[in-house]
Design a binder for this molecule. Sequence first.
Ligand code: ATP
Length: 220
Amino acid sequence: MKKEFAVIGLGRFGGSIVRSLTEQGMEVMAIDINEDRVNEFASTATQAVIADTTDENVLKSLGIRNFDHVIVAIGDNIQSSILTTLILKELGVKHITVKAQNDYHEKVLRKIGADHVVHPERDMGRRIAHYIVSTNVLDYLELSEEYSIVEVMVNDLLAGYTLVELDIRAKYGLNIVAIKRGKEIIVSPLANAPLQLNDILIIIGADTDINRFEKKVLVE
Ligand code: ATP
């Protein structure tokens, strides 16, 4: 069965989620208090509805508790975002993802039981900071507040060495989970096979260890 999603708040963030979900063939109800915003999504979403989601009766009448996942993308109006999340939680929505504006907002959302809190501007900022500091870091994915996955391109300093010789696990506490070599993905890389220039290492570990590794091994 297809999953059903509802997206509340059709700003740039919420709007992009609606487009992306419909492109993936999902059923999406797009909701906003603003009629113009709703009209923009009339032909994209499965259903586009004008509603104030801080009103419990409105959410009930939309049958919101039957959706598999509700995304709250109300931006600047933190009060509406919190109230909407609280009502969704009370109505028993199975999975709620909310966009937070700042750390305090995030804290409250977690307290009232949002399943997943996203902070797109902050997270994207961190991600970009990682790959502008070093030309070898291609991507960065935060797993938790302390752990991440990074993609690092093998440069002259690393090429030709084996994983045993580099001993990244012992020296930095990091694990190389896979290597991308052209179109090939090597899932369990051999410890004694030499790395090739432009291989991409997919590394998992604590941020502090990743930072140490980046400083030591990578060029600016
Ligand atoms: P971005 O465009 O980058 O996502 P943003 O997160 O600040 O920025 P806004 O442009 O503020 O997003 O969009 C939030 C949307 O949420 C607006 O379209 C607004 O009309 C809608 N919204 C605000 N309050 C409510 C509410 N009570 N019920 C439904 N929708 C609401």
